[in-house]
Design a protein around this ligand. Structure first.
Ligand SMILES: CC(C)(COP(=O)(O)OP(=O)(O)OC[C@H]1O[C@@H](n2cnc3c(N)ncnc32)[C@H](O)[C@@H]1OP(=O)(O)O)[C@@H](O)C(=O)NCCC(=O)NCCS
Length: 177
């Protein structure tokens, strides 16, 4: 059985302090947040702050958090993954890929695009997202901290509206007769 089997899923508007505070500490100890200078306190505060457009998708095993994706929707004709992480003890075992499939299944059909930002120095995450079908769209320099580039990535989803429009007959041009 792989580590990604048997996960439980929870979608919540915000994390309770008992979950947000230890998670803030874990995230602040790993890249990209180390290099970007994010403190445990600011990460924990962010995770506890609800917003009507934000959903936190949690992957749990026997009640223990394995990974999470914080997703803002609607965002630019789709949904924007503003935080994506698997806890260090659970990484490299397929949980990130499973979490991404879960996010796609949740937003696919409503959203035409999934968006995210990845730090240029975060090579492992860039490779991971490329394998998940995300394409680099542009570079945003000095966005989070001076001297570090962030890369905007996009994955097109087959949305309900696209499926509907693909059934429409092609518009014929008067010259094409
Ligand atoms: C990037 C990240 C989300 C990937 O999550 P993950 O759970 O480690 O990802 P997966 O296990 O699905 O895939 C990653 C690797 O495991 C391998 N893998 C996938 N399924 C596997 C399985 N069943 N068994 C063993 N290995 C597996 C993949 O081939 C991949 O190889 P890599 O080490 O060359 O990248 C995670 O490493 C992470 O949280 N990193 C720190 C935070 C971060 O950078 N977040 C992104 C910010 S934008």
């Amino acid at each position: 059985m792989s580590a990604a089997d048997g996960l439980d899923w929870l979608a919540v508007p915000a994390l309770a302090p008992e979950l947000a505070e230890p998670l803030g500490i874990s995230l602040a100890r790993m890249d990209p947040w180390v290099t970007l200078g994010s403190s445990a306190e600011s990460l924990a505060r962010g995770l506890q702050t609800p917003h009507p457009d934000l959903t936190r998708h949690l992957a749990l095993r026997q009640g223990e958090l394995q990974g999470l994706a914080a997703v803002r929707a609607p965002w630019l004709r789709g949904a924007y993954i503003e935080l994506f992480a698997v806890l260090p003890s659970a990484q490299g075992r397929g949980i990130g890929s499973t979490l991404m499939r879960h996010v796609e299944a949740h937003y696919g059909g409503h959203a035409a695009n999934l968006w995210l930002l990845v730090s240029a120095f975060n090579h492992r995450a860039r490779q991971f997202y490329a394998r998940q079908g995300f394409c680099p769209i542009g570079i945003l320099d000095d966005l989070v901290i001076r001297g570090q580039d962030e890369i905007l990535m996009r994955k097109r989803l087959e949305s309900g509206s696209e499926r509907r429009s693909s059934r429409l007959p092609a518009v014929s041009s008067p010259d094409a007769r």
